[in-house]
Design a protein around this ligand. Structure first.
Ligand code: KE4
Length: 429
């Protein structure tokens, strides 16, 4: 039995000085119960906690660590750069270099602006879309997460037009009225919203492959339908590629699915493990952004040379080793195909959704195609599953509404061990 004494003691201390003892809520294990583990370090595919337990990592810091932790080339690049100073608030050629590198990988985008998180990227992209179109409203989808900016913390309101209502105190009704909600994969609802709000929709923001309901794939024709509706109504289509960007393919979901977005937002992988977000679009849109255009957006640490160095090293590694994507896809497909018979043998109701190196397991016999169907999962089973795997040295996302993120440092042996303990854990469900 894995012991967590030191983690438990550290968690108690943390809660005295940090709300909930964590700097991001999902880390507190609220959805699965128990005490979060505290790490001392991570290397490659492995996490090492304060009680000297080792875990195979299936969250990769929620996406960024796609090549595994402490990748030697990324670490060395950061160490060298740090000696030259970490942030200047003054332009460097490095920013142009990573901008060109990113734009060489993602399709349909002419310019990119770097910020410090996915939230900041999505918030800024929406403001730019509103400024460019002169319209106020946006459409988002229940279960999609675009960071914690007010405009996104909205749940489906009452009434046919599905106008939003705040899903967090501190978000005003005034803000909520400009965010309209639809169900993911429900094109009819989106058409209704356009009909009820003619010439008022600045943008649709969507996770092209959703990762915040667990992994949920776009149905055939869904994204194509959004593209068509945006073209018809003069609305911008924003792909939130904070998760999918540089993970599904070098060009993210735009490349992998072959759908053109008007704007795309990035985070996670683009920073190589340091805080970086970004948003990109064709030039005529980006020219609306300060200091060229009237839409204001700024940031003290945006484009700082340390984070740019980590991000550039990561992007170059991915661009120069496209076999990484095949390897990640194959490892994830192997995990998927081997989990199925183990679940079938035990007659446990399940759904597995997978695309590329994003995968999630849901304990329900309802196909998981949107937030409501994701919510039919048996959460008691999920809690037992999560802790059963944790106890056996496998760290999964501590919530049924998250995607697993494989990293390419995970070996076939790690996958086989994962499947072995998966089989053991299923016996306890
Ligand atoms: P950040 O502000 O956390 O860097 O990015 C926000 C964001 C935007 N868009 C998508 C599609 C995202 O998944 C995220 C953040 N993802 C969560 C995991 N579901 C980060 C984990 C956390 O909140 O601690």
């Amino acid at each position: 039995m894995i012991q967590y004494q030191r983690s438990s003691a550290l968690f108690a201390k943390a809660k005295n000085v940090i709300p909930g003892g964590v700097n991001s809520p999902v880390r507190a294990f609220k959805a699965v119960g128990g005490t979060p583990i505290f790490l001392t370090h991570a290397k490659g595919a492995y996490l090492y906690d304060e009680d000297k337990n080792r875990y195979i990592d299936y969250i990769a810091s929620w996406g960024p660590m796609i090549l595994g932790h402490a990748h030697p080339q990324v670490v060395e690049a950061i160490q060298k750069r740090a000696e030259k100073g970490t942030s200047y608030g003054i332009p460097t050629a490095l920013e142009t270099q990573i901008a060109k590198q990113a734009l060489s990988m993602v399709p349909h985008m002419d310019q990119i602006r770097f910020v410090n998180s996915g939230t900041e990227a999505c918030m800024s992209a929406v403001r730019l879309a509103r400024g460019y179109t002169g319209r106020d409203k946006i459409i988002k989808f229940a279960g999609c997460y675009h960071g914690h900016a007010d405009a996104f913390l909205i749940q489906a309101g009452s009434g046919a037009v599905t106008f939003g209502s705040p899903n967090s105190p501190g978000v005003t009704a005034g803000t909520a009225q400009d965010t309209l909600l639809a169900q993911y994969n429900n094109l009819e609802q989106v058409k209704e919203i356009f009909a009820s709000n003619p010439e008022q929709i600045a943008a649709i923001i969507v996770e092209p492959v959703a990762g915040n309901m667990g992994c949920v794939l776009p149905k055939e024709g869904f994204l194509e339908g959004l593209r068509q509706l945006c073209d018809t109504h003069g609305t911008l289509l924003i792909f939130d590629e904070v998760m999918t960007g540089f993970r599904l393919a070098p060009g993210g979901a735009q490349e992998y699915l072959g759908i053109r977005a008007d704007m795309a937002t990035y985070g996670k992988v683009i920073g190589g493990g340091l805080p970086v977000g970004a948003f990109a679009a064709r030039k005529e849109i980006m020219q609306f952004l300060a200091p060229v255009g009237p839409v204001y957006q700024a940031g003290t640490l945006s484009g700082n040379p340390l984070a740019m160095t980590a991000g550039l090293t990561m992007l170059e590694l991915l661009a120069n080793h496209p076999e990484t994507y095949t390897s990640l896809d194959e490892k994830t497909a192997y995990l998927h195909q081997e989990m199925v018979p183990l679940l079938e043998q035990k007659g446990i109701p399940y759904q597995i959704n997978r695309l590329g190196s994003m995968i999630s397991l849901h304990f329900t016999d309802t196909p998981v195609v949107d937030f409501d169907s994701a919510a039919t999962g048996d959460n008691d089973n999920f809690k037992k599953y999560f802790h059963g795997m944790l106890q056996r040295g496998v760290y999964l996302p501590p919530s049924a509404f998250e995607s697993y993120f494989l990293n390419d440092a995970i070996s076939k042996k790690d996958l086989e061990y994962t499947l072995e303990v998966f089989n053991e854990t299923l016996k306890s469900l």
